[in-house]
Design a binder for this molecule. Structure first.
Ligand SMILES: [Zn+2]
Length: 581
């Protein structure tokens, strides 16, 4: 933080009275710590969208302009980087991430792009052989489409490869786990174990063999906790090591801020510890989880989070709720039944009046509420509660959010803009691949398809979109997300015009949703999200110009430089951003 001018003068006066020793310790007030020259700088500031050069001082953007203007701010201690015409932009703000889980996943079995049961068996076998020291084999990323026709795997597939150690594999969407018999036994799950309930509502499913009633090896939603609680927790050192690797991964891909869509006070303490050690290189806003029963103890914890963590590096004050599950496993709550199974329409984790009562209480305490809602019924019920909060507690700058919004009823689209509800969406979730086409689209059915991942319609209704990855559900690479936001095509350019192509957005809209609108969603739009004097110096320089390349090549973009708070936290040496000091 820079001192106001009168304090600066007073300090200088006192320093000169004391012999003038203090002045030499920092650069003179008018010079920059770092300047970037000869760039093609996308500012994400609509009033002045492009610039050539900028100067940074004390972690903030000091000036934005052309080379001639910025060169004047150079002093003897200024580091000068020549961008050689490369595109720069504000650091990416990922509005929906699970940073701790993602960081752990870097070191676990990865089943992304394993499209058959046989391929998964191969990978499990190799991973088990490579890690003889691990008592539990953990991994993630399996896709429903790998298990035709049921869409669900079985414990036998894993038992055939490893039976002496427990295996726990998260589905790519994080809403189901797949385990072997050893893991079921260690969790004590038998055919007599009931499905978990909260506040009288069944909130998870142990998938069972219809004939024997035995668990088949898949646990959905809250039933996942039955096995999670018997996995030995990582040590403090393991957590910090995983997070350092996660921070490196994030900076390399251009992330400078995130919103953790799940979290705890303990997790914030880890970020705070990293910050104290000078290792925190991504700004962390972390939400705390609301369960259906909102008791005094939970509320006290929410208040504690906000009291302890409230600056631009580690911040609380956001409460996350889960209204429903996911479409692929029929746990998302739909107004009309699933197209492939007319008996099923999903279910909500809350009775609507219970959810409304919880939101009203949180709203009275001025928390920001963000709610996972994927099916049209869950989305509508969440909007109803948000609207009730405004009606009951009066107008206020709430910036409430709904996350995912995968299939919305058209009547609810304009409510986002009207109520000022932010749409937290993850463009790569509708990448046209077999899982989306064969499972997701089949379950939703053709009649509802036009309302799928309706980015364009929601934005056209006047709402802000806050884009994110949902890492480790998918890669945290934002350029994959940006490409899909503007194309909705696979890497072959199919389908022509994009999958439900009318819901594509422009590149400008996509970048706004990863920068200034994402900052707005965190109540930090005055602080970051665009390149303007006075804002935090969170800036990335890219290997290619997003506006010049073929949209199907955007995913090949790599940052060559990532700056957070004025500090270079990642630099591709090969890019030779000279002259460097
Ligand atoms: Zn998520």
């Amino acid at each position: 933080m820079r001192l106001p001018v009168n304090w600066t003068l007073l300090c200088l006066l006192l320093a000169s009275l004391a012999g003038g020793e203090v002045r030499a310790q920092s650069p003179a007030p008018q010079t920059a710590d770092l300047v970037l020259l000869s760039g093609h700088i996308y500012t994400s500031n609509p009033a002045r969208p492009w610039a050539k050069a900028l100067a940074i001082r004390d972690g903030r953007i000091m000036a934005v302009g052309n080379d001639a203007e910025i060169v004047k701010l150079q002093g003897p201690a200024t580091r000068v980087l020549n961008l050689g015409g490369r595109m720069a932009m504000p650091g990416i703000i990922d509005s929906h991430i699970h940073f701790l889980d993602g960081s752990f996943s870097l070191d676990q079995l990865n089943l992304d792009d394993a499209y058959t049961a046989a391929e998964i068996q191969n990978r499990v076998r190799e991973f088990a052989a490579a890690h003889p020291d691990r008592a539990w084999l953990l991994g993630r990323g399996w896709l429903y489409d790998a298990f035709k026709p049921s869409g669900l795997p079985t414990k036998q597939i894993l038992d055939e490869v490893v039976s002496d150690r427990p295996i726990v594999l998260d589905c790519y969407d994080g809403h189901s786990v797949w385990v072997n018999s050893k893991a079921l036994a260690l969790a004590g799950i038998t055919k007599d174990t009931p499905d978990p309930k909260q506040a009288g509502i069944v909130v998870g499913t142990i998938v069972r063999d219809p004939a024997s009633g035995e668990a088949t090896g898949v646990l959905k939603e809250e039933a996942v906790a039955l096995v999670r609680k018997v996995i030995p927790p990582p040590s403090h050192e393991q957590e910090l090591r995983a997070l350092r690797a996660g921070l490196r991964e994030a900076n390399q891909h251009g992330l400078t801020s995130v919103l953790n869509a799940s979290g705890s006070i303990e997790e914030m303490e880890l970020y705070d510890e990293l910050r104290r050690n000078g290792d925190l290189t991504v700004r962390m806003t972390t939400s705390l989880m609301m369960e259906p029963q909102l008791d005094e103890k939970t509320l006290a914890q929410f208040e504690e989070g906000r009291r302890r963590f409230h600056d631009e590096w580690v911040r609380a004050g956001v409460i996350k709720a889960f209204m429903d599950g996911v479409i692929e496993s029929h746990t998302a709550a739909m107004i009309e039944p699933y197209s492939d199974d007319p008996k099923v329409s999903g279910s909500m984790n809350y009775a609507p009046e219970q959810f409304r009562a919880n939101v009203l209480e949180l709203d009275r305490r001025h928390f920001q509420v963000i709610t996972h809602a994927i099916g049209d019924l869950a989305i509508r019920t969440t909007l109803d509660a948000y609207e009730a909060a405004a009606q009951t507690n009066g107008a206020r700058d709430r910036r409430y959010r709904i996350e995912h919004i995968e299939n919305i009823h058209p009547a609810d689209i304009p409510r986002f803009g009207r109520l000022g509800v932010i749409a937290g969406m993850q463009p790569f979730h509708c990448y046209p691949e077999p899982n989306l086409a064969n499972v997701w689209a089949r379950n939703v059915g053709p009649a509802r398809l036009a309302n799928s991942f309706a980015w364009h319609s929601i934005a056209a209704g006047g709402a802000k979109l806050a884009f994110g990855s949902d890492w480790p559900v998918v890669s945290l690479d934002p350029f994959i997300g940006i490409q899909n936001a503007v194309t909705r095509q696979n890497s072959m350019g199919e389908p022509a015009g994009g999958w439900v192509g009318e819901q594509k957005v422009t590149l400008d809209q996509a970048l706004a949703s990863y920068t200034r609108d994402a900052a707005y969603a965190q109540f930090e739009d005055k602080l970051k999200g665009s390149i303007e004097p006075g804002k935090l110096a969170d800036i990335i320089v890219l290997s290619q110009d997003l506006f010049a390349v073929n949209p199907l090549e955007i995913r090949k973009t790599m940052p060559v430089l990532t700056i957070v708070g004025g500090k270079v936290v990642y630099e591709d040496e090969k890019a030779k951003l000279g002259p460097a000091r």
